[in-house]
Design a protein. Sequence first.
Length: 173
Amino acid sequence: MLIAQTRSKKASYVQPAFDILMRIGEGSVDEKPLTVLVVDDDESVRRALKRLLRSNGFQVVTFESAEDFLQSGLVQGTLCLILDIRLPGISGLDLYDNLASSGVTHPVIFMTAHDNPQWQEMAEKAGAVGYLRKPFDEQSLLSALGLACSRNEQRGLQGNQERETYFGEGTVC
């Protein structure tokens, strides 16, 4: 597994969701943008991420808790999950573990304001495309989402190949 660190370098431009998804399906155009499901107990974080992601061409649905997400039934389609690790009730890591146990393997980006090396290791083992320390900047999130789009595009074709994971931190959000 490749790990991209962002402590000293910021990622370059990331294509908006529609541009990335235009390449899916042997040249066909999929006009349906990637849907990003955000689970965070902080309303201001949910609101900021929703505004940022929509302005970059993503469809966004937010949830206050893992339980709210599970009750929604929104686990089908071209999705990426952005999960806060420390949630009341079911944690983001436990939520993804439960989904993976059920065969749901959407790309996931974990975020946390309370970094812990064990959580980072658990996120990596879970196959996360990103692990972001709050506060993070826009480009860190968009870089991780670029990997998520790429992973959705190649879903089922990778097998045991190495996958890139974006581990980043930033300054704004």
